[in-house]
Design a protein. Structure first.
Length: 211
């Protein structure tokens, strides 16, 4: 697959009142049960020896989520790819290859950026998988950093950015030094999405790999 998301709280909050990023995350989880937006993703790999600058690749498409545990990324450019979580299975469809990979959500989403957005409205529940730290405002956004409590996964940390209380950015870094930044545009909170919009059926003739 050309694009794999490194694709999504704490038990008590003694400093929540002075931490805007944490407050925005808490409010977002409580008030925004679904959402949709267009997005642009830039993936930057560490510079290799002799390279003047890191290598970067940009892709774009649309995003939607519906709690609990449903989301989809539909990549349109430069290649078509669909990533869908239907509540039980995470589907990855590479259109050019007509190849589908199916994985159990319960095994792969616990400590991912997608879990921060789509899995639960409970900060305490998210705190089982992440440690949170508010960060200074930057680029016109409030930020909170989430670090997985289990250090043996690919994700090192993810920064979640909010604009006027709504999801605006995910800034992810993996254990290999690769950075992936997703910017959301035209975010629509609670647009009335249905679970049927997150159903996925492998296309006819697709090579389906189940893991």
């Amino acid at each position: 697959m050309r694009n794999i998301l490194a694709f999504l709280a704490i038990a008590s909050f003694p400093f929540l009142a002075s931490a805007d990023g944490l407050k925005d995350l808490e409010n977002f989880l409580a008030a925004t049960h679904s959402g949709s937006a267009s997005f642009t993703q830039t993936v930057t790999a560490p510079a290799r020896t002799g390279e003047a600058a890191p290598r970067a690749k940009t892709s774009s498409g649309t995003f939607a989520f519906l709690r609990p545990d449903r989301f989809r990324f539909d990549y349109k450019k430069p290649f078509e790819q669909t990533i869908v979580a239907d509540g039980k299975t995470l589907w990855l469809h590479d259109v050019d290859l007509n190849q589908v990979t199916a994985r159990s959500q319960s095994q792969v989403l616990g400590s991912t950026p997608a879990a921060l957005v789509a899995s639960s409205a409970s900060m305490a529940k998210l705190g089982e998988a992440f440690e949170f730290k508010s960060e200074p405002d930057a680029e016109g956004l409030s930020w909170v950093r989430a670090s997985p409590k289990q250090r043996d996964g690919q994700l090192k940390s993810v920064r979640v950015g909010f604009a006027q209380g709504q999801l605006a950015a995910l800034d992810m870094e993996d254990s290999f030094g690769q950075r992936s930044v997703i910017r959301f545009d035209g975010f629509k909170p609670n647009p009335g999405l249905s679970p049927s919009g997150f159903a996925f059926k492998p296309p006819a003739g697709a090579d389906v790999l189940r893991q």
